[in-house]
Design a protein around this ligand. Structure first.
Ligand code: ATP
Ligand code: MG
Length: 402
């Protein structure tokens, strides 16, 4: 067993020696059998949250209404979730009503796909009620039970099918696929935030182009924010050679560039997707940098504005888009910028006021921006006397109305 499981074994043993059942479940079991690295280890148990809390010294109520308690053990945190069924699905959304149960079978039955419905005992024995192991071998995403019923219960599962197909480079079982096509319109009922998470993970998987193709074939693409207005852009991405993206900034950078969006349109699209402001700004910077790369190469000001980390992301997207760039040279030019951030400018607002060049007020920021830009473009050295003098020159020209 991988180290993550070995570390968690005492937690399972503690639960079991109190007379309950406990298993590893979910993605970590699936990924271990596939030989993939795992991040978090999820545990399912017959004990109720209060019973779990009595067994361990340190726990955190991370989602107690859903039956989840985080157990802290030797510096690691494990989510222990009570076996449960979900009932009363309304509006095609995940129910907020869960019933705690004592049977593992019922808990596995509510899970989305056969490969996600495996459980593993503390000794490594796998419980496989729905032929998940066969599906892992055949590389198939197949709904647990009747796919039509399962997508009616929770329409997000359709996006999850595409997400896992892309992540693992699996196919979607034909019955499951046709149920998605039948029910794709139900995606419109799902909170955008939940679609966002699955979509970004899909795009960061190993076969994002197949994921997009599946979204087109099943018409899911029509029920996620805005995409149906940009089908030529989607087609362009599908037609790219195989690529791999590292984070959500790269995902939205690639999409916005392929859709041909300007700053305002990027912000409009991503607001519909309920993206964080930080994501919107990062995407705008990446797209600006990509456009300059294609047009005439990056200028120094853009290197500065983009910053090292997003420049790295930009290079990644450029690679995905098959834009040829000398990445080493770009990063070298960045390293050689006279300043990397505002604070490295040899002068600040206080200095300008002390020297009697300007009074406090909005003018200050404007002048500092100009000084910053002459330094970044290499027109003047970054030293205080030079910049003070330049500030005086700018202001006297302006006051003469030049
Ligand atoms: P990842 O490695 O990306 O975390 P995961 O399989 O752990 O993959 P999660 O979204 O973390 O995926 O969900 C954990 C488990 O909970 C899944 O493996 C599945 O068994 C179950 N699950 C999650 N979401 C749903 C859902 N909408 N419907 C049914 N079961 C679900
Ligand atoms: Mg998980």
């Amino acid at each position: 067993l991988p180290n993550e499981f070995e570390m968690a074994r005492p937690v399972l043993q503690t639960i079991e020696s109190a007379g309950f059942e406990a298993y590893f479940v979910g993605g970590s079991v699936r990924d271990t059998i596939l030989g993939l690295p795992i991040h978090d280890v999820d545990i399912a148990a017959s004990a109720y949250p209060a019973e779990i809390k009595e067994l361990f010294k340190r726990t955190v109520d991370t989602g107690i209404e859903h039956g989840t308690v985080m157990v802290l053990d030797h510096g690691n945190g494990y989510e222990v979730t009570t076996f449960r069924t979900e009932s009363g699905y309304q509006d095609y959304r995940r129910p907020d009503q869960v019933t705690f149960i004592r049977s593992l079978d019922e808990d596995l039955k509510r899970r989305d796909f056969t490969i996600n419905a495996l459980a593993m005992r503390e000794d490594g024995e796998v419980i496989d009620l729905f032929n998940g192991l066969t599906d892992l071998k055949r590389r198939l995403i197949r709904a647990v039970g009747d796919a039509n019923v399962r997508f009616n219960e929770d329409a997000l599962r359709m996006m999850r099918a595409v997400r896992f197909a892309s992540k693992l480079d699996f196919s979607i079982d034909p019955d499951t696929m046709s149920a998605i096509t039948t029910h794709s319109h139900l995606l419109a009922k799902i909170a955008v935030e939940r679609i966002y998470t699955e979509f970004v993970k899909m795009m960061m998987g190993s076969k994002p182009r197949l994921g997009l193709q599946d979204m087109c074939n099943t018409k899911m693409i029509d029920y996620v924010p805005e995409f149906k207005n940009y089908l030529p852009g989607i087609k362009k991405i599908i037609a790219l050679p195989e690529f791999r993206l590292k984070n959500e900034f790269q995902v939205w950078g690639l999409i916005s560039f392929s859709f041909g969006l300007n700053h305002k349109q990027i912000s409009e699209l991503l607001k519909r997707w309920k993206a964080a402001n930080q994501t919107i700004e990062a995407t705008q910077k990446i797209v600006t940098a990509l456009r300059e790369l294609v047009a005439h190469g990056l200028n120094s000001m853009t290197l500065f504005n983009t910053g090292q980390s997003l420049l790295g992301d930009t290079m990644g997207v450029a690679r995905a888009l098959n834009i040829s760039v000398d990445e080493t040279k770009v990063m070298q030019r960045y390293d050689q910028l006279p300043i990397k951030n505002v604070h490295e400018l040899a002068i600040n607002g206080g200095d300008l006021i002390k020297a009697g060049v300007l009074k406090p007020g909005p003018e200050l920021g404007r002048i500092l921006k100009q000084l910053q830009s002459v330094v970044i473009n290499g027109e003047l050295n970054n030293d205080q006397p030079t910049l003070l003098e330049h500030a005086r020159v700018i202001l006297s020209h302006e006051r003469k109305g030049e």
